[in-house]
Design a protein around this ligand. Structure first.
Ligand code: AQP
Length: 334
């Protein structure tokens, strides 16, 4: 079944639905940047996913461009990877329709992200319910073998795998069966205000560090991040989940192991640790902030890169869709 896996194609995307935060970067984009040297890669701005929750058109428009600039500032290299805007490649939604016809309501009712969003009071829109099918189309359209994502998206990649398998069984082999690729550390960065919830764009600005937060904002957010009882800096996700989350950020940005961090802060309290963490984040984020500002200052160049990426993605997508239509019986030569 997995006849195309040797190509090891990689696909992933981010919604331009608000500020990109440390969870998005550490769970997903950091891996993309590392892996783009090893795999033929497709990275897209998931604008069609952003509208599964209401967006103000003017804000959405600006966020699509800002998100695209952010990809480049973080190290996505359009010479190595195909980098584009999802809605510029209409085959994503066309393939979604085909996949809708082999997806059951039960498949989608099991999706935890949907259930969580509804329990948070989000409107139960058909687009939000069906977005995992669009995500499946995003992935298999490029015959991807790997999908670098954070933990919250694992279940959706598993559904994708099942839909690819189902399509192949019913209509004949077209798709490899993709697998999620999760980072060893950082697959689930937690909220600064509630360590039982993942860091998310939609839980309020105090719950996340945005990659483009100003230094004072970062200092303030880290200072007011919740901590656990006691005062020692010890890595214990069970006993000290809030501190463990902050230590994970420190580990990922400093390169120090958890025991080295414990030694560095032995005898010091949460206050000292938080000051050091905030400064570490600021020093790592400011070059990215400067880089994105420079990219946005030359918008024409950015748009050219996106047009070129869209054309390259469309060429591959058209071939896959042609194969799919032929297998399903929809292809009529006229
Ligand atoms: N807290 C997180 N820790 C690790 N990885 C995370 N990701 C998201 N949150 C965390 C990963 O980021 C990638 C892109 O996510 P997305 O923007 O497409 O949508 P999302 O997963 O729904 O992210 P948010 O921030 O929670 O957005 P909202 O609040 O708008 O729904 C994915 O690979 C995801 O796993």
């Amino acid at each position: 079944m997995e006849q195309h896996v040797s190509k090891q194609i990689m696909v992933s995307g981010l919604k331009p639905s608000g500020e990109i935060h440390l969870g998005n970067y550490l769970g997903a984009v950091k891996q993309w940047v590392e892996l783009q040297d090893m795999h033929p890669s497709y990275f897209f701005v998931a604008d069609l996913h952003a509208i599964t929750e209401p967006q103000k058109p003017k804000d959405l428009h600006a966020q699509i461009i800002e998100t695209a600039a952010t990809y480049l500032a973080l190290g996505i290299d359009p010479k190595k990877s195909v980098f584009f805007i999802q809605s510029h490649v209409p085959q994503h939604t066309e393939l979604m329709w085909i996949l809708n016809t082999i997806t059951s309501m039960g498949d989608l009712e099991r999706m935890v992200v949907y259930k969580e969003k509804i329990s948070e009071g989000k409107e139960a829109l058909a687009g939000l319910f069906a977005y995992p099918v669009l995500m499946a189309a995003d992935i298999i359209l490029y015959k991807a073998a790997h999908v670098p994502v954070g933990e919250d998206q694992r279940q959706h990649v598993e559904l994708t795998r099942e839909l690819a398998r189902r399509f192949n069984t019913r209509f004949g082999n077209v798709f490899p069966l993709p697998k999620p690729l999760l980072p060893k550390v950082g697959a689930r960065i937690m909220s600064l205000q509630d360590p039982s919830k993942k860091m998310s764009k939609s839980h309020g600005a105090a719950t996340y560090i945005g990659l483009f937060d100003a230094p004072d904002v970062i200092r303030k957010k880290i200072k007011s991040a919740v901590t656990d009882s006691g005062s020692e800096i010890i890595y214990s996700p069970e006993k000290k989940p809030a501190v463990a989350n902050l230590m994970t950020l420190y580990h990922l940005y400093s390169g120090l192991t958890f025991s080295e961090i414990e030694k560095e802060f032995a005898g010091k309290g949460y206050g000292d640790f938080k000051v050091a963490l905030a400064e570490l984040l600021i020093s790592n984020l400011s070059p990215i902030q400067d880089e994105r500002a420079a990219i946005l200052a030359d918008k024409n160049r950015l748009l050219t890169v996106l047009r070129d990426g869209g054309e390259r993605a469309s060429a591959t997508a058209a071939k896959t869709l042609d194969e799919v239509y032929a297998k399903v019986g929809l292809k009529i030569e006229i």
